[in-house]
Design a protein around this ligand. Sequence first.
Ligand code: NAP
Ligand code: HSE
Length: 433
Amino acid sequence: MNAVTDAPVRIGLAGLGTVGSGLVSILERNADWIARRLGRRVVVKKVLVRDLAKPRAVALGPGTELTTDPDALVTDPDIDIVVELIGGLDAAFDLIHKALSAGKHVVSANKALLAERGPELFTLAAQKGLGLYYEASCAGAVPIVETLKSSLAGNRIQSIIGILNGTANYILSNMSDAGLSFADALCQAQAKGYAECDPTLDIQGIDAAHKLILLIRLAYGQNLPLSRLPVEGITRVTPEDIRFAGEFGYTIKLIGQVRDVDGKLAAGVYPMLVHKDFLLASVKGAFNAVRVEGDASGPIILHGKGAGDLPTGSAVLADILALAREGMIPNNTGFLAEPLPDADLPDPDEAVSPHYVHFTVKDQPGVMAAISKSMGVHGVSIRQAVQKGEPEDGYVPIVFLTHEAPTRAIKGVLEDAAAMPFIKPGTVHFRVL
Ligand code: NAP
Ligand code: HSE
């Protein structure tokens, strides 16, 4: 082993929950290995928590001070890097803002904050010449931030298609493979530490949207406010639709995607039917995967654990080591100009894909003809249609897979359906990847 000669890298760790504990545990178990790579030790000097008396999953070293005062981290001249793992918006923003203002590099896993208030923080970091690193914020252990920032930096990115939320993927996989109910699968994901503090962020697609916004900033050098991104969660996905999709050869996944369409970014987060032959269809449990297509690289797929203590701690530690390496030259968004310009989005209603539409209809003559006529009027071409099962209260499901059609055309069909007395309200619609 090379001599470990320099002073240690001292970190101020904010948060000792799932990810904070994972980081402390890796620092402990891999201390010698890290020192061998870095030539320095990484030492946790102070840890910020809310409750000093709470039992902890990891033991802290004798030199580590536990505190409830955020200023104790940012005013300590010995602390080189503040690691923000408390989550949420306001307290985390204040902490990072103060840390950067005090001249400290920052590592964060907080995608919600960096998606919603990133532009202010990245601009401050650029003014100060400091690092604001966030590998753990997107897809846990999967090194997609570094891949976009550095490895694919010379490419024009044509598309990014990702399974970006471990909780949603865990729920959908367990509903389809283990027959679990939505509620049971969500409870399990929470117990395993995958879910956000507020799990509605996971199931409503907001967490995936936050991550997609970070990926868009990294790939295209453009800011996209959450309010402009079309987002749908998985709460409308039922076992029945999972079964129908399966019969057509598809599985249902929560997909975050962006495509460069003639210089505009067609982006959104939706539950989508993914054909079983497509690699993303076999991403199970809390695993995440991201398919990036560069104009020179062609398609690349990264796959790995998207959440949990050690996988996420691994990504946090990668950032600490990157910042601690010689030079400390920050590369935050991968672009020199700060603030970055706003993204130019096309009308989401013009986005084209095949569609899955599930009507619940009265079992009587003329129904299929009326729906087919509406599809024809709106220019939607049918690829497959099935009517399955015995009538329940006189109603049966009819499910269509269409050829490619703009979302606008499908909305027209759904509006027509809402006005047809023999179709139950609440027709289900998903896009097909
Ligand atoms: P967590 O388990 O809820 O832990 C949060 C920690 O922060 C706790 O130790 C808590 O203190 C402390 N804390 C919260 N608010 C605080 C405040 N205002 N002042 C001081 N301390 C505060 O959260 P987590 O799952 O580790 O997630 C942390 C961050 O990582 C979030 O931004 C999350 O989105 C992100 N992330 C999580 C995962 C994952 O798999 N869990 C993966 C990727 C990214 P007490 O312990 O005293 O309550
Ligand atoms: N709640 C997030 C998820 C954690 O389920 O993917 C990882 O970002």
